[in-house]
Design a protein around this ligand. Structure first.
Ligand code: ATP
Length: 253
């Protein structure tokens, strides 16, 4: 059964270019809470700190919070792109990731070639792969552009292709960053219908966004991050209304 469990999860990014001692000292003095020195004396950004939460089947969770709060980092960690430096993370179920439209896409191959490659990677035979290419082509509405190299696509066309590829076979856990919401209105409407289909009943959605209207409409629960920590977790109305009222963020420590 799809589910996510995180316990005391931490992610850090080393800042390799921060070498000079005086610069290091200045940085660490100015922002002592988020920037710190690891055992190898490197300056690191503590992107996520001590995160514990569980997400179960049927939940549609919004990750909200200010710039740099840690939303995208958490999504990428759930997708297995980053390894935690501390704590535990379990993600059970097949994962569909809509985090970076260009990720896993060969820019010099056509849309169709990318779809066929993805299908082969999933172990499909030729007939199934062709069927998947037709379905992705139909849903994305790319028309003749499906047979043109992806590098010549507009940003919106890449979004359409990525979305259609990631959702043509329903994942149990769908991870999504807000770039999707940049699609045009017609595509957004169809994307929304497919998402609603995907999350109905069994699956899990985790969506990182600044758009509180989308959170209210699509999600059942919100986790608010600030400074890499969870500062609120609960029903959307509670967490989002707290943000809209400008509820204070608990002091860092
Ligand atoms: N590759 C990286 N290298 C160094 N630091 C990083 C890297 N990626 C993220 N960070 C840092 O981690 C913290 C969390 O960033 P993240 O992108 O997860 O925030 P976010 O909540 O998605 O922000 P936004 O709403 O601005 O997109 C920030 O302090 C950021 O500077």
């Amino acid at each position: 059964m799809p589910r996510i469990r995180a316990e005391d999860l931490a992610i850090e990014f080393p800042l390799y270019h921060v070498g000079a001692r005086s610069l290091k000292k200045r940085l660490l003095a100015r922002t002592p809470l988020r920037l710190k020195q690891d055992e190898s004396n490197r300056v690191v950004v503590a992107a996520l700190r001590g995160l514990s939460f569980g997400i179960d089947r049927g939940e549609r969770v919004a990750l909200v919070g200010g710039n740099g709060a840690g939303k995208t980092t958490l999504l990428r960690t759930l997708a297995g792109i980053y390894d935690p430096v501390a704590g535990r993370l379990e993600v059970e179920g097949s994962v569909g990731s809509l985090i970076d439209p260009a990720a896993g896409m060969d820019q010099s191959s056509t849309g169709r070639e990318n779809i066929l490659l993805r299908a082969l990677y999933r172990g499909m035979d030729d007939a199934e792969a062709e069927e998947m290419a037709d379905e992705v082509g139909r849903f994305s509405g790319l028309g003749e552009f499906l047979d043109v190299p992806v590098r010549s696509y507009s940003a919106g066309m890449q979004v359409r292709l990525s979305f259609a590829m990631a959702t043509v076979i329903a994942p149990e856990v769908l991870l999504m960053d807000e770039w999707l919401l940049a699609g045009d209105a017609d595509f957004m409407q169809r994307a929304k219908e497919r998402l609603v289909e995907l999350v109905q009943g069994a699956d899990i959605l985790v969506l990182a966004t600044h758009d509180l209207a989308v959170v209210r409409e699509w999600c059942t629960r919100a986790i608010r991050l600030e400074g890499g920590r969870i500062v609120a977790d609960g029903p959307v109305a509670e967490v989002v209304d707290g943000m809209a009222r400008g509820a204070p963020v608990p002091a860092e420590g």
